[in-house]
Write a protein that binds this ligand. Structure first.
Ligand code: BV8
Ligand code: ZN
Length: 294
């Protein structure tokens, strides 16, 4: 890794006051969670992004639920990786102060729905408490992780405003049976078992059809107003493991750069935001972040 880039980045980070981190699927790749566009995005020979739409769900809720059942299973089996752990450390004010003594705020804006960043922070909170390190300086501030594309483990009703977190898997017997039909998802495109709507997850309040609690294309992302004010204030923006092709998340780095903030891109492959980068780190974020934040 280029020493000058690292030194320059560390110096900028040490003077940063308001830090935002934009994360994408590459952050969880080392945990075995498939990405969307760099080869990981195929499921049963279907393009994952064509399934993440209300139209796909309305047309074939059985298929989209089987896709999200697969994603839930993957996320349940996944462990947090070193990159999640390092970002969790930065979310703890007294640990952040060691590398960013001027920092007044840090927010992780994640496009990921896998809950791994939330898990890493709660694991670290517990670890610090066990070490007797208590008090607000050793707890991630509430709201420091913003899950802009929703939560894989939330289920919501398509008819009423019911929604709840549910980690059970399968969510209903039919999804488990469908999974048993097809062991290897990658090339089973044609063997999609059709699950009747009546056997898909239902709302316990009104029996309406339930759906995954994520934001699909064309739907309004979460926390937009709060994020807009964070982006406006940010003088440091880390962009980690994202192709930077999905808006509005893909537009945040440019806005920080336009106001002369420092943008640091940590990505395995070239991304749409490389040219906005003041610091560009190529490689697996789980390794690179360990070197930048030893
Ligand atoms: C909205 C669901 C408005 C959850 C997802 C034209 C221009 C501009 C915008 C638009 C446009 N046409 C339409 C739009 C809007 C649209 C959009 O941006 N479309 C794109 C395709 C052009 N956006 C929307 O619809 C959004 N909503 O705008 O609403 C609105 C406002 C008010 C009121 C009503 C409406 C909603 C977007 C959310 C869509 N939902 N998923 C789920 O199932 O997960 S998107 C999907 O893509 C995921 O959420 C994912 O997080 C996201 C972004 O993908 P990445 O995370 O970047 O993943 P990707 O695979 O692409 O890249 C991974 C990268 O990691 C690679 O570069 C790889 O090199 C790297 N990598 C891999 N391993 C590692 C690594 N890097 C480091 N280390 C490693 N180890
Ligand atoms: Zn309902």
């Amino acid at each position: 890794m280029d020493i000058d880039t690292t030194t320059r980045f560390r110096e900028a980070f040490a003077t940063a006051k308001h830090i935002i981190i934009i994360a994408g699927a590459g952050l969880s790749a080392a945990s075995g969670i498939p990405t969307f566009r760099d080869g990981g995005g195929m499921w049963r020979s279907l393009d994952a992004t064509t399934l993440a739409t209300p139209e796909a769900f309305n047309e074939n809720p059985s298929l989209v639920w089987q896709f999200y059942h697969y994603r839930r299973q993957k996320a349940l089996q996944a462990q947090t990786n070193m990159a999640h752990k390092i970002l969790a450390r930065l979310a703890i004010p007294n640990l952040l102060k060691k590398v960013a003594p001027a920092a007044k705020s840090l927010h992780l804006i994640t496009q990921n729905v896998d809950r791994l960043s939330v898990g890493a922070v709660s694991d670290l909170d517990n670890e610090l408490a066990q070490q007797g390190l208590k008090g607000p300086g050793y707890r991630a501030r509430k709201g420091s992780i913003l899950q802009i594309h929703g939560k894989l483990f939330e289920v919501q009703c398509t008819k009423c405003d019911w929604r709840a977190e549910d980690f059970s898997s399968p969510l209903c017997p039919a999804l488990g049976e469908a999974e048993n039909d097809i062991r290897d998802y990658t090339d089973a495109g044609s063997n999609n078992r059709h699950i009747p709507v009546s056997q898909l997850p239902r709302c316990p309040e009104c029996q309406g059809l339930a759906r995954p609690g994520v934001v699909w294309f064309g739907e309004k992302p979460y926390h937009l107003d709060e994020i807009n004010s964070l982006v406006f204030k940010a003088d440091m923006c880390l962009v980690i493991g994202t192709s930077s092709t999905v808006y509005p998340a893909a537009g945040y780095a440019y806005r920080v750069q336009r106001r002369h903030g420092h943008v640091a891109v940590f990505n395995l492959d070239p991304s749409e935001k490389d040219e906005a980068a003041s610091s560009l780190f190529r490689g697996g974020c789980e390794e690179v972040l360990s070197q930048v934040f030893p």
